[in-house]
Ligand binder design. Structure first.
Ligand code: SAM
Length: 355
């Protein structure tokens, strides 16, 4: 893990050198970090969003072509109304050319009560997944396999708030970084072109035993004599019977009569549970480079330009990625160093590497 003092708008990193950014910038008008270059004290929400856009433009410079940003942002009340900070940022980022594959809702299952009697307590924040290019690295299989039954493929992340250990910093649950890294930071990338290693997966005959509906579907299949041919037929016809798998089709874009008969039989025996068999359990069979450079691989690199106490970087190190962080406030870096685990220096860069 590597951390140094620096302004998020001017990072001492080369172009196309980072695979993923996971960050939580200072929220608008929430706290005063006490230095003039700080982001978050702007007079208007428009000025604040303009500051974040200059950070995003710097992030676009340092990201590889397949890179992504996961940015956690909260809203602020002004004169009894939400200022709409996440919405302003989302629109401005789209106008600046960013793609937004997801606006993830971070739902907090509990929290402090509020003194306000005229509105509900805010228990969610936005996490934007932003990317400059449509061909971004994304490992949904890795995410689902590694996080077991803690997650599904939905865009609502229910993650409890961790108690704030320090006086200065907003708590940032490590699980947000963990999820973002599983999804969008390759384990390794080519040292020459930066292209990511890709996971190779194969569909199995099994279903995901973590899903209760899938467990019931497998039970029914055993009880009612469903064969592998039935399951292949269900997968070939899919939910709407329109035909999915080319290898089971006649060549005229249609399923053979036998496939239709087997699928109908299986659907009759399984009722609504037949749908479960259209989502087979996928297993990892290996990893492979996505380029032909053959120059060797480096670990995936995660950047946090508002590193604070270094949560994202510590998670990155624990997941065998390289974590790089900057924060304008050196005091925060010292706190981060004190808390660092699994730290790792990056040769050739100035600054301090926490051990
Ligand atoms: C919300 S905190 C980050 C919390 C962090 N996610 C954590 O887990 O501790 C925001 C951080 O941004 C830093 N900051 C504010 N303006 C900055 C700027 N222009 N460049 C770099 N860091 C800045 C603050 O010092 C603060 O540590």
């Amino acid at each position: 893990m590597y951390m140094a003092a620096g302004d998020a708008r001017r990072l001492p990193l080369s172009n196309s050198s980072v695979d993923l950014v996971v960050t939580s910038p200072p929220y608008w008008q929430k706290r005063d970090y006490g230095f003039p270059q700080q982001i978050g004290r702007e007079r208007t929400v428009e000025e604040y969003v303009a500051s974040l856009l200059s950070v995003l433009s710097e992030l676009r410079r340092v990201l590889t072509a397949s890179g992504s940003v996961f940015l956690n942002i909260g809203d602020t009340y002004v004169d009894g109304s939400l200022a709409g900070v996440p919405s302003h940022l989302e629109i401005a980022a789209r106008r600046a050319g960013w793609l937004i594959p997801n606006r993830i809702v971070w739902a907090k299952p509990s929290g402090m009560p509020s003194p306000h009697r005229t509105r509900l307590v805010a228990r969610h924040e936005a996490i934007f997944h932003l990317t400059p290019n449509a061909d971004y690295f994304y490992d949904l299989d890795g995410y689902l396999q590694s996080m077991d039954d803690r997650v599904d493929s939905g865009d609502v992340w229910t993650i409890p708030l961790r108690p704030n250990k320090t006086r200065h910093l907003a708590p940032f649950p490590p699980e947000i970084a963990e999820r973002a890294i599983h999804l969008a930071c390759p384990r390794r990338a080519c040292v020459r072109c930066g292209r990511p290693e890709r996971r190779r997966v194969e569909a199995t005959a099994e279903l995901n035993p973590a899903r209760p509906q899938a467990r019931r579907a497998m039970e029914l299949a055993r009880e009612r004599g469903i064969t592998d041919d039935h399951i292949r037929a269900i997968r070939a016809t899919g939910i709407c019977d329109a035909g999915k798998a080319q290898q089971w089709q006649t060549g005229a874009g249609k399923n053979t009569d036998l496939i239709q008969v087997l699928a109908a039989e299986a659907k009759e025996k399984l009722g609504g549970y037949f749908r479960e068999f259209t989502f087979p359990l996928r297993k990892t069979v290996g990893f492979q480079p996505s380029c032909r450079c053959r120059q060797g691989m480096r670990r995936g690199i995660v950047l946090d330009p508002f590193a604070g106490t270094g949560t994202s970087l510590q998670v990155a190190a624990s997941m065998k990625r390289i974590g790089i962080g900057f924060d304008y406030e050196v005091e925060h870096l010292q706190l981060a160093e004190a808390q660092a685990v699994g730290a790792e220096a990056i040769p050739g860069n100035a600054g301090h590497a926490a051990a």
